[in-house]
Design a protein around this ligand. Structure first.
Ligand SMILES: Cc1ncc(C[n+]2csc(CCOP(=O)(O)OP(=O)(O)O)c2C)c(N)n1
Ligand code: SF4
Length: 241
C-alpha cells in the first residue's frame, strides 16, 4: 500500500521569536512544492537545529556537532536517488565542522546545506560565534566583539562560493523575506551539485532583544555585514526533477 504522508502541524520547541521555525516552515513548503517528501533525508546537527529532529514527516538523522555534512555525504554516495539536507548552525558549519563544509564543497558532494546564521552559539547560552558582529555583546564578549582580538566575522557563504566546484549553488537569504528564501531553498534542493543557503535568523533569547529590536537587527543590521542574494548558480542548467 502506498505511504500516506501526514501534513498536519505540531507545536515547535523553539523560543518565541526564534528564526528557526520560520526557516523550517519555508523548507517544508519547498519540499512539498517539489513533491519530494519521499526522497528527502533531513540531517540536523547539535545546537538549536536539533530541536527540528522530529519536526517533519521525513527520514531524519542527527549527528555530532558539525558532522551532519559527512554523514549525509556517505548517504548520498550510496543512495544517489535521495536528496540530502544538512541543517546546522553557524557554529557547527563555520567553526567546529568547517573542514567538513570546505571538503564537501570543494569535492562537489551533492548535499544541500542550510546554515542558520544567528550570530551566536545559541544552544549553549549565547557565546561568540565566527559570525558574531563587531561590537556585538555575547556571553564571551561582554564588552562587544573586538575584531583586533577575535578577528572579523566569517562570511561563510562567500567562502563556500570561492572554494566550491563550478556547479555549486550558494545563496544567502533571511527569515525576514520568506518568499525569497523559499525560492533559494527550491533552487538549492534542485541543484544536483553541492548547495549552500545561509539564512540570517533571529535569536532574541541570546541577543536579549525585544520584538522591535529583534526585527531591526535581523532586517537592517545583519544584512549590512552579510549581503543577501545568490552568490553562485553554477548548476542552473541541470535542474534535478
Ligand atoms: C564537538 C562539540 N563541541 C562542542 C559542543 C557543545 N555545543 C553544543 S551546541 C553548541 C553551539 C551551537 O551553536 P550553533 O552551531 O551556532 O547552533 P545554534 O545553537 O546557534 O543553532 C556547542 C558549542 C558539542 N556538542 N560538540
Ligand atoms: S536559543 Fe535562540 S536559536 Fe535557540 S531556540 Fe531560542 S531563540 Fe532559537
Amino acid at each position: 500500500m502506498p505511504k500516506v504522508w501526514r501534513r498536519e502541524s505540531k507545536p515547535h520547541k523553539f523560543c518565541p521569536g526564534c528564526g528557526h521555525p520560520l526557516l523550517l516552515k519555508a523548507l517544508g513548503e519547498a519540499v512539498d512544492d517539489l513533491g519530494w517528501q519521499g526522497r528527502v533525508i533531513f540531517g540536523c546537527d547539535i545546537g538549536c537545529s536539533l530541536l527540528a529532529w522530529d519536526f517533519f514527516d521525513l527520514d531524519s538523522v542527527q549527528t555530532h556537532h558539525g558532522r551532519t555534512i559527512p554523514v549525509l555525504v556517505g548517504l548520498k554516495r550510496v543512495r544517489p536517488d535521495l536528496v540530502t539536507v544538512a541543517y546546522m548552525g553557524d557554529g557547527g558549519a563555520y567553526a567546529i565542522g568547517a573542514h567538513h563544509l570546505i571538503s564537501a564543497a570543494s569535492r562537489d558532494e551533492a548535499v544541500c546545506t542550510l546554515v542558520v546564521n544567528n550570530a551566536v552559539y545559541a544552544m549553549t547560552g549565547g557565546q561568540m560565534a565566527p559570525t558574531t558582529l563587531p561590537g556585538q555583546k555575547t556571553e564571551t564578549t561582554p564588552f562587544g566583539r573586538d575584531p583586533a582580538w577575535t578577528g572579523l566575522p566569517l562570511k561563510g557563504a562567500e567562502m563556500v562560493a570561492a572554494v566550491s566546484a563550478p556547479g555549486a549553488y550558494v545563496a544567502r537569504g533571511t527569515v525576514a523575506n520568506l518568499r525569497q528564501l523559499k525560492r533559494y531553498l527550491i533552487r538549492a534542493l534542485q541543484n544536483p551539485h553541492f548547495s549552500l543557503v545561509e539564512v540570517l535568523s533571529s535569536c532574541p533569547t541570546n541577543w536579549r532583544t525585544n520584538a522591535a529590536e529583534t526585527w531591526e537587527w535581523i532586517e537592517k543590521v545583519m544584512p549590512q555585514h552579510y549581503p543577501l542574494g545568490e552568490l553562485k548558480d553554477g548548476g542552473s542548467e541541470e535542474t534535478e526533477t
